[in-house]
Design a protein around this ligand. Structure first.
Ligand SMILES: NC(=O)c1ccc[n+]([C@@H]2O[C@H](COP(=O)([O-])OP(=O)(O)OC[C@H]3O[C@@H](n4cnc5c(N)ncnc54)[C@H](O)[C@@H]3O)[C@@H](O)[C@H]2O)c1
Length: 295
């Protein structure tokens, strides 16, 4: 495995591209938007600078990592002749189905197609291709260059060979893979999202304020970050769509998203990426708050 295409240059896509490039894989970073590609590359560069400052990598490593990434705005150019595609586009089932149909046509028959989806069925995505045995979930955690876990999701038809290849690859980029089966939310979000949703419900019911809820969970449960701050960090739109997938998939009202979360997303309050969520991230306070999260 040498050449990897990453689809989507947003929060996750740029982190995934950074990680593979740092371990010397040739990465094709693909996004429909040139602006997203430029922003993604700027984020990678800034994150590499932070690693250089902390003496985790050298200036030469930074240059080599950046040189390993090329950018594309079309899947039929960027996903040709690669061994693996990791799709990290927006969490939307019809968008992902469209992307996987195109990948199935464009990619070599041996190319493995992975998705970084947080909750959408791998089996459903695989079903739009003619290679369901080569489709797998590779669920990285945010921020990708720092977080060790990768949830590897076996779709109904995923072959053992593909599972083993992706587990080995995850270890090669110094991640810790955990194998799970394909049910809505997998393991990470099935447990995390109800906790975040309940925190929002607690706020919505007026039991306590944002800071108080986060403080209880940080100091009382030894969580490094409060659930409302974590929701801002993940993106409130992403949290909402994961809850909707679990609600639809299990038909269980316990996964119904809190009306406050729905309202905030409709109002464009998406967390860090929009500048405001449960906390204020307006320019002068953003850098300080983000730096604090990773210190
Ligand atoms: N944000 C998180 O913490 C997190 C964690 C784990 C997994 N995920 C999953 O990763 C995926 C991406 O999430 P994100 O937070 O990076 O989203 P994001 O909104 O930050 O980025 C998505 C990117 O996809 C691009 N895109 C949309 N349609 C495209 C297409 N047809 N071809 C190429 N690019 C396209 C957009 O332009 C955007 O740059 C989702 O499936 C999400 O569920 C997110």
């Amino acid at each position: 495995m040498k050449n990897i295409a990453v689809i989507g240059a947003g929060t996750m896509g740029n982190g995934i591209a950074h990680t593979f490039a740092q371990f010397n894989y040739k990465v094709h970073l693909i996004d429909v938007s040139q602006e997203a590609l430029d922003k993604g590359m700027a984020t990678i560069s800034k994150n590499l600078d932070r690693m250089v400052a902390k003496e985790k990598i050298s200036e030469t490593d930074k240059k080599k990592t950046l040189a390993n990434i090329s950018t594309f705005t079309a899947i039929n150019e960027g996903a040709k002749n690669v061994d693996l595609v990791v799709e990290a586009a927006t969490e939307n089932v019809s968008l992902k189905s469209k992307i996987f149909k195109e990948l199935d046509e464009v990619c070599d028959e041996n190319t493995i197609l992975a998705t970084n989806t947080s909750s959408i069925s791998i089996t459903q995505i695989a079903a739009v291709t003619n290679r369901p045995e080569k489709v797998i979930g590779m669920h990285f955690m945010n921020p990708v260059p720092i977080m060790k876990l990768v949830e590897i999701i076996r779709g109904y038809n995923t072959s053992d060979h593909v599972m083993n290849t992706i587990v080995d690859l995850s270890k090669k980029v110094h991640k810790i893979p955990v194998e799970v089966n394909d049910y809505p939310g997998f393991v990470a979000n099935r447990i995390l999202m109800p906790m975040i949703n309940e925190s929002i419900e607690t706020l919505y019911n007026g039991v306590a304020g944002v800071k108080e809820i986060d403080t209880v969970m940080m100091l009382g449960m030894a969580h490094p970050m409060g659930p409302l701050q974590l929701a801002d960090f993940i993106g409130l739109d992403v949290c909402l769509s994961i809850l909707n997938v679990m609600h639809d998939g299990f038909k269980n009202p316990k996964y119904a998203p809190c009306p406050l979360l729905v309202n905030m997303v409709m109002a464009g309050k998406l967390g860090i990426k929009s500048g405001e969520g449960f906390y204020d991230y307006s320019e002068n306070r953003k850098a300080e708050r983000v730096a604090k999260m990773f210190s």
